[in-house]
Design a protein around this ligand. Structure first.
Ligand code: AHR
Length: 508
């Protein structure tokens, strides 16, 4: 990490014993797909331009136009996959306008996001280079809503063909000899909305038709992902699986945490405890969504061949005052870090079916991991949540039971303590504990069957205020500290959690 983390020690007297966690390390479950910690970079506001791309001539240090600071920060959390170019932007994106000499690329209006000029300076070659620089898989979303299947097929051939076909030769002429590794391809996005305003039956039929033309060279795998439901639209999942389940490899799901609702969104900071509880309670509702969408998928696909991909999730607040509402720029506080951690604990429970998730979005948009301002950059509390969980990628899930008191305000409530656990390929057990209560600490006892660790160490993310956040002037106000309030004694682990905290323990 390159810096010594200050130590955090909780006061046991301030924390009643109100939660018990049981971890069954002797009954390991599924492997946690690394893609569950994926990202999303849309041509939206400063998500791509300024956020990751400044251009090769910029005074901001860059590698072929991509910000060095952002690349380094993303590499440090081992970003496994990036979804691009949208979102709604993908539903109108003409990939041909993003290849060839940059000066000749046509300028377009970004009709979805603020009506600003899209320069097309970042196109396929640039995005693929970015993915390689970060070390992430590429998840490209195609335009089903406004382009014919031939366009989608041509784009995939352009990216993946090693032959002397005209499309492969065009790619080579544009500077890329070898085909790229394309891990996932979105057969449209939000077909029920910005992707074409379709009903589920039409969307499923169109998905079948387009999927038929997406072909990769012999032996080159590509996960075809169908546009999925928004939130509780279980009928969408039912129809998609019934009519197109056999031609896809993944089905998307989008779920945003929106305090106040779409018409009356609340701010990212300066909130009270009621809003804190609302955001966290609305976040954990994803558990029911994953269970119910998963059950419908089980009916059509009992062997779980088709992955469920929560390829858009995160908080969606009122945009920051003075910013373009179409840019979806919002601050990111300790509350967002808890949102991320609660999601990760839930994702872990659904690892058999849920094999990918992409936070919306990576830089400068919605629940961003990174915020930039000119040459400056800050890692948000959400970034640090990803950092705490990075060893979960590819680890084996250990079943967990939590007996916790309830925390809530008004109509919003959730278990005060949430937990998950994994064993990584080196045999190290990682235990995540989240205390959602912003005022009350908690002494948690953790019983672990099948593990007798020699050492216990940990890191914690917490702060004095619920809306503590990092700014360009105070970039390190919220960042992990080492955690010393966990003990292994007589076969039981005890951890004293302060209020509003995410703790990651390492048992060796
Ligand atoms: O993430 C922002 C937008 O939210 C995406 O473009 C769209 O797919 C969703 O509605």
């Amino acid at each position: 990490m390159g810096f010594a983390e200050p130590a955090f020690a909780a006061d046991p007297a301030a924390a009643p014993q109100d939660a018990a966690v049981a971890i069954h390390a002797d009954r390991p479950g599924a492997r946690l797909d690394p893609h569950i910690f994926g990202q999303f970079a849309e041509h939206l506001g400063h998500g791509v331009y300024d956020g990751i791309w400044v251009g090769p001539k910029s005074s901001v240090p860059n590698i072929h136009g991509f910000r060095r600071d952002v690349i380094d920060a993303l590499k440090a959390i081992r970003v496994p996959v990036v979804r691009w170019p949208g979102g709604c932007f993908a539903d109108e994106y003409n990939w041909r306008e993003g290849i060839g000499p940059v000066a000749k690329r046509p300028k377009r209006v970004n009709t979805n996001w603020g009506g600003v000029t899209e320069s097309n300076a970042v196109g396929t070659h640039e995005f693929m280079e970015f993915s390689e620089l970060v070390g992430a898989d590429a998840y490209v979303a195609g335009d089903l809503g406004s382009a014919p299947p031939r366009e989608m097929a041509a784009w995939v051939e352009y990216m993946t063909s090693p032959t002397d076909s005209a499309l492969a030769q065009e790619r080579i002429a544009n500077g890329r000899k070898a085909p790229w590794k394309l891990a996932m391809f979105g057969v449209g996005n939000e077909l029920w909305g910005c992707g074409g305003n379709m009903d589920a039956v039409t969307a499923a039929q169109e998905t079948r038709r387009y999927a038929a033309f997406i072909k990769t060279p012999e032996g080159v795998p590509l996960m075809k992902v169908a546009s999925g439901a928004s939130g509780e639209d279980y009928a969408w999942t039912e129809t998609m699986m019934a009519k197109a389940g056999d031609v896809i490899d993944g089905l998307a799901l989008h779920y945003y945490t929106v305090p106040g609702g779409w018409e009356n969104k609340k701010p990212a900071t300066g909130f009270d405890e009621h809003d804190w509880a609302e955001v966290l309670a609305k976040t954990v509702a994803v558990d029911t969504l994953l269970t119910r969408h998963g059950k419908i998928m089980d009916k059509y696909d009992p062997k779980r061949r088709v992955a469920l991909l929560l390829d858009e999730w995160g908080t969606w607040y009122k945009n920051e005052p003075g910013t373009n509402p179409g840019f979806l720029y919002q601050q990111n506080s300790l509350r967002d870090a808890l949102v991320a951690a609660l999601n990760f604990n839930i994702f872990t429970r659904h690892a058999e079916r849920l094999r990918g998730a992409n936070i919306a979005q990576m830089v400068n948009v919605l629940q961003a991991l990174i915020l930039t301002d000119g040459a400056k950059m800050v890692r948000t509390p959400t970034y640090w949540a990803f950092d705490l969980y990075k060893d979960y990628q590819g680890a084996t899930v250990l079943p967990v039971e939590v007996d916790s008191r309830w925390y809530g305000r008004g109509e919003y409530g959730l278990a005060a303590i949430s937990a998950s656990a994994v064993r990584d390929p080196q045999g190290v057990v990682h235990v995540a504990l989240v205390n959602a209560d912003p005022a009350q600490g908690s002494q948690v006892t953790v019983k672990i069957d099948g593990v007798a660790p020699g050492t216990v160490s940990g890191r914690i993310l917490t702060a004095d205020k619920m809306d503590a956040h990092n700014t360009m002037d105070a970039p390190d106000a919220v960042r992990p500290q080492s955690f010393t309030a966990a003990r292994w004694q007589n076969g039981v682990l005890t951890a004293t959690l302060p209020p509003k905290a995410v703790v990651m323990l390492e048992l060796r």
